[in-house]
Every structure is written in C-alpha cells, then in structure tokens.
Design a protein around this ligand. Sequence first.
Ligand SMILES: NC(=O)c1ccc[n+]([C@@H]2O[C@H](COP(=O)([O-])OP(=O)(O)OC[C@H]3O[C@@H](n4cnc5c(N)ncnc54)[C@H](OP(=O)(O)O)[C@@H]3O)[C@@H](O)[C@H]2O)c1
Length: 252
Amino acid sequence: MLTNKTIIITGASSGIGKALTSSFLKEGANVVINSRTKSALEQVLDENCEYSSHIISVQGDIGSKQTGQALAAKAINQFGSIDVLVNNAGTFIPKSFLDETEDSLDAYFSTAVKGAFFTAQAVIPTMIEQNNGSIINIGSMWVEHPLIQTPCSASQVAKGGLHTLTRHLAIEFAQNNIRINTIAPAIIETPLYDSLMDKEQLLELASLHPLNKLGSVADIAIWVKHLAGNGSRFVTGQTFFIDGGMTAGAHR
Ligand SMILES: NC(=O)c1ccc[n+]([C@@H]2O[C@H](COP(=O)([O-])OP(=O)(O)OC[C@H]3O[C@@H](n4cnc5c(N)ncnc54)[C@H](OP(=O)(O)O)[C@@H]3O)[C@@H](O)[C@H]2O)c1
C-alpha cells in the first residue's frame, strides 16, 4: 500500500527511526532519512543496500530550518513527491527540574518544536499540491503522565508543544486532505537508554507499565505505518498512546 510513496523520517539513524526506515523500505516506499551524524546515516544506508535506489540521506540538525528544507527538496528531486513526514528526532535525559539548564531546555525545544514546525512547513506546500499527505509526530507518554521515577519536565514541555502542533495543523490542513497525528510512546527499548542505564535497570522499568513489559520498535512501527497509509484516511488530530496501559491510570 505504501509502494512508491515517499517518506521523510527525521532522527532515522537509531532506534525507532531506523526501524521505521527498514519497515517502510520493505513495503516498497522511498525513504529520505536524517540525523546529525554522518557515519550513523551511512551505516543505515549500508544496512539497507538492497534498497539503494529507494533511500537517500540528509545530514543535519533538525532544529535548523535549512535541514527540513533540504529534506523536502531532496525528496522532490529524487522521488517526485512527499507523502509522509515522520517527525521522530529527539533525545531524552530524565533530570530533576532543579537541575535542568537553559541549554538543555533550548535543545529540547529546538529539536522537538522547531524541528517539527519547520520540517512540516517545508513539506506541507507539496502535500497541498497533491491534496494528500500524512504527518506523524513522535511525541511522548510523559506529556500527560509524569512519573516520579523519571522526572523530565524540560523534555516534556517541548514534547507537549509537539502534541499541540499536531492538533493545530490537523485543523488548518484538513481542507487539504493532510492528516496530522501524534504517537506518544512510553518506554520503548532503543539505544536512547544506553547512556542512561544498563540493560538490567531498563528491564526493571517494565513494571512501571500495567502490561508489565517494555515496548519494542515494532510496536511503534505498526502504528506509524497505519497512520501513514490510507487505512487511516478518516483520522486526524489524534494522539495515540502506545504505552502499555500507563495513561489509563495508576496500577500500584
Ligand atoms: N525510546 C523511548 O522510550 C521513547 C519514549 C517516548 C518518546 N520517544 C521518542 O521517540 C523518538 C525516537 O527515540 P529513540 O528511542 O528511537 O531514540 P534514539 O535511538 O536515541 O534515536 C534518536 C534519533 O534522533 C536523532 N536526533 C536526535 N536529535 C536530533 C537532531 N537535533 N536533529 C536530527 N536528528 C536528531 C539521533 O541521531 P543523532 O544523535 O546522530 O542526530 C537518532 O537518530 C524521540 O523523539 C524520542 O523522544 C522515545
């Protein structure tokens, strides 16, 4: 169903974005990937070399407006359309409110808010021309459900901005048949946690979820693919919590 569709994925050199890249390529899509690290992008291109004519990369900080513009331009030049944008780039370092700094707050806003805002601004004119498009913002469960075990006010006020952007763009561009939705994950096993804790500590966090397990990149990919495709043609402005039951309520 996504054959020959063009998908832009930010933050695609690791974790969720990297898994989405392989998954979309297997469906026959063209994928334009981004992250800040050239070597990591080259590794993703290598790992997907059987699809080499369907994948290209744009290195750059997504917080810089030019990166989003370059992603849109490359997608059009190489593949001729922009059907889906996944605003996925992000970082997450839980920290007590009193320890957060101006630099870290700026960095979260730059990636989550400015990055998604200006990348959406770069792709939407093409989606308007096509009278079709889907934008999927990767937000966060913590926006609505803070946990004492993982204080993260700085990252979540930025992700909250992204959740808000979803609803505003959904209403503004519904007339153009552009759908904008948020996926809000709880703890998904990705390299994001490698610098924060060891594997055993991460596995212990499974019990924070009512379903008593961690999420996998496949758990997110299946929802992103659904929102990307025509099966969700009547869905816009929504936030989907892929969170093992976390936002349903306290379970202990
Ligand atoms: N894993 C979870 O439990 C979880 C939970 C809730 C939400 N999320 C969200 O899901 C998204 C993906 O996370 P993940 O777990 O897959 O993390 P990850 O494995 O650390 O991957 C993050 C990706 O984003 C890229 N990135 C970070 N800042 C960027 C920037 N300013 N410009 C361009 N690329 C940037 C990274 O590459 P470079 O560093 O090379 O740029 C990397 O490719 C993030 O937005 C995260 O906040 C994850």
